[in-house]
Design a protein around this ligand. Sequence first.
Ligand SMILES: C[S@@+](CC[C@H](N)C(=O)[O-])C[C@H]1O[C@@H](n2cnc3c(N)ncnc32)[C@H](O)[C@@H]1O
Length: 247
Amino acid sequence: MIERDDAEGGSRSDEENDAEDLRSELRSFGRRRGRKLSALQDGLLRDLLPRLALDLKKPAPADATQLFDAPVREVWLEIGFGGGEHLVWQARANADVGLIGCEPFLDGVVKVLTQIDRDGLKTVRLHADDARDVLRWLPDASIARAFVLYPDPWPKRKHLKRRLVNGALLDGLARVMKPGGELRVGTDIADYARTMLMAFQGEPRFRWTAEGPDDWRIRPSDWPQTRYEDKAVREGRRSCYLLFERV
Ligand SMILES: C[S@@+](CC[C@H](N)C(=O)[O-])C[C@H]1O[C@@H](n2cnc3c(N)ncnc32)[C@H](O)[C@@H]1O
């Protein structure tokens, strides 16, 4: 899980990061595998993931609701679902919504696959890799709600440019989100919240909907606490719950 990674100031080598700096899009996540998976978990990755994974080599359907086996009225997107607590909670609570979850950390993907398998969920599709690939692939105005919950903080100064929420991500989200759609962003890192709000301020396609402090200090009831937020609470950090409307 990401808390063991350099995204929080841990173990990725500078050489690895510097090599990646040569790529046009900087890697925004830490390592992709954690502990050794059980045979059951390996089986889920081998057999279930290919059935649920988006095929980005094919063009996306013009109507994104067609991506799901069950009928859905609209499609939501979660970027960086981590252990998947929020993704699975939303899928259980909103049976008529299709959810696309993106997460390159395979241990998290396996957790979600386990729940999907156990509950027989038919309204979740996955991309076990960089969400920005999916943002490029999805049709315009296809997503009614998007979530970016606790993006990796990348606390070292020289890694700040790896932070996922930046102008390029907002461009991608603005294109794929429906007018009137809602974007939810959570963070427990005060300076990240500040730079995000600055990025949104210069972005006419999104409107921060908060009218008073309670609107960003109190977690909405349909936003379950994620594993990463549990950790922030344990370590005494307060979260910001930022809700934006795609104008
Ligand atoms: C700090 S964790 C938070 C996980 C989860 N949202 C939570 O609140 O518990 C950030 C997650 O974002 C994922 N991530 C980072 N960059 C990403 C990207 N470009 N596309 C998809 N996921 C990404 C990481 O792998 C990591 O699991």
